[in-house]
Design a protein around this ligand. Structure first.
Ligand SMILES: [Zn+2]
Length: 150
């Protein structure tokens, strides 16, 4: 495996673990050239993560789509492109770690909400307004009250 830091192709596997359901193998590797440690995931090729949407339809997991949703909510907020990508990647890593090859748009939404809440309250509110389908100003006021209370 090519080291993401120095590009060397020499590495050793430190640890191999299997997800609970045995669908994903996780390997902790160390680059022999620079000592950098990273993780690779092995799974059956056709097994992409599936996302069940609110209307019951299924679509393939798409990191870009998640990042775009966050980007919209973060417009003109002090949030870096990289932070947005990290959230999307974190979700994928979490799902693979758990061996969850089927998830729901609800679960993804909850994950994003939690991360955004810590990162930026305004972006969080904006995301909520779309995600929870706010109907009017009262919905915003109610959420803002909740945030202030916490
Ligand atoms: Zn390296």
């Amino acid at each position: 495996m090519k080291c993401p830091k120095c590009g060397s192709l020499e590495d050793k596997v430190l640890e191999t673990r299997q997800s609970k359901d045995g669908m994903v193998i996780k390997r902790r590797r160390e680059c022999l050239a620079c000592g950098y440690r990273y993780t690779t995931y092995e799974r059956i090729e056709e097994e992409t993560i599936k996302v069940i949407k609110k209307d019951g339809r299924t679509e393939p997991f798409n990191k870009d789509k998640i990042a775009n949703g966050i980007k919209l909510a973060s417009k003109s907020r002090p949030i870096l492109e990289e932070q947005i990508r990290n959230i999307a990647e974190e979700i994928e890593r979490y799902l693979l770690d758990e061996g969850k090859l089927t998830t729901t748009s609800y679960e993804i939404g909850e994950f994003v909400k939690e991360r955004l809440k810590k990162l930026d309250k305004v972006a969080y509110l904006r995301f909520l307004s779309v995600y929870e389908d706010f109907k009017d100003v009262e919905d915003f006021e109610e959420k803002i009250r909740q945030i202030k209370k916490e």
